[in-house]
Design a protein around this ligand. Sequence first.
Ligand SMILES: [Zn+2]
Length: 416
Amino acid sequence: MQTSSGRLLLAAGVMFGLMTAQPAWAQGSRTKAAPRGKAAETADGPQTCTSKNFVVHTDLTKEEAEDLLVRLETMLVLISKYWGRPNSQLVEMYVVKDLKKWPPGSLDPRGLESIETGGGVTLGQTLENRATGEALAAKAVVYAVADHGTPQHEAVHAYCQLNFGRTGPVWYSEGMAEMGQYWKDKDSAVNCHEVVVKYLKSEEPKTLRELVSPNQTTGDSWQNYAWRWALCHLLANNTNYAPRFRPLGLALLANKRTSFEDVYGPMAEEISFEYLFFLEHFDRGYRADLCSWDWKTKFTAVRGNASAVCKIDANQGWQASRLLAKEGETYSYTATGEWKLGKDGEPQTAAGDSEGRGVLEGIYFEDYKLSEPFSLGDSGEFTATQDGKLFLRCKDAWHELGDNSGEMAVRIKKAK
Ligand SMILES: [Zn+2]
């Protein structure tokens, strides 16, 4: 999965009368981008398979190649929908399962080099207007090994290259290409390789500053790709950051003057908090959208007989109770309603089951730090162990919240 995206800027300053990639030029480029040293199509050697958007030269079996084309086409629909731009040109790809089956000279040396190390590369060329930086036309050819989702990863680069003329800064380009290979329609759950989960959970988190640093080289290591994926996945799915992430990406792809810091700088502490939270709790199946932190709800220290009232959904992460707790103060609470863990789960109260699943639990948030969580139940009293905003949730495995249902109406007031 060591992959990289090469880039060649063609002589800039060449001006066409037209300011965007036009069909005439695009067709010309398609001819020019034809296989360099066309693969010999022997019975056992590489064959060429085509679909609506792809021309794939490969030594995969016919069935494997057709399966790959289906996955590539499915992914292309999803990413073009996300970026809001239909693909304008055929994506040409060399997908290699067994290098021995490829005659010498049948692959571009730069592509061959990547494939020999088990990765992939997208060789792109963009014709730019030197004065404005606008991409006038582009072409891209992908070289990739057949496994680890490398063809899908590189196809994301090729799509960006062909349709925007560039793929964005390394953190964005590689993070989104990794996302692309995992993308499923109407399913935003974490779907990365198991090895990525294990790696990210075993390491000291990289800082956001490191992650988005401009001084990075593409194709550095699969570990760095894992960090970039984590950041892009979070920003694309967490409801606090997703609305700004797509426009940021489009601006980066259009080479506009903007950056991660420009867009998210004012929310740096919030993002940092949620990024670390994500790394601690995510797994395959985790839903970053359902675990988005609530930064908006107002919390108040209840007085007299007043209550803090909230609704807690079983299928979400920590949610605002509205209670601003004071250390040493004792509160009484009730939680009424029913919820279910999973589609076929038994309806439960906030007392949870015998193993503690489904119990109403609480946590204090203060100064971007969380306390240890503690169990509540369907009614009772608790004494605050610190000052802080009280958040509540239905206790369940963090990556299994999506299929929960039901909610609790919770009331909290000072104990008599
Ligand atoms: Zn890449």
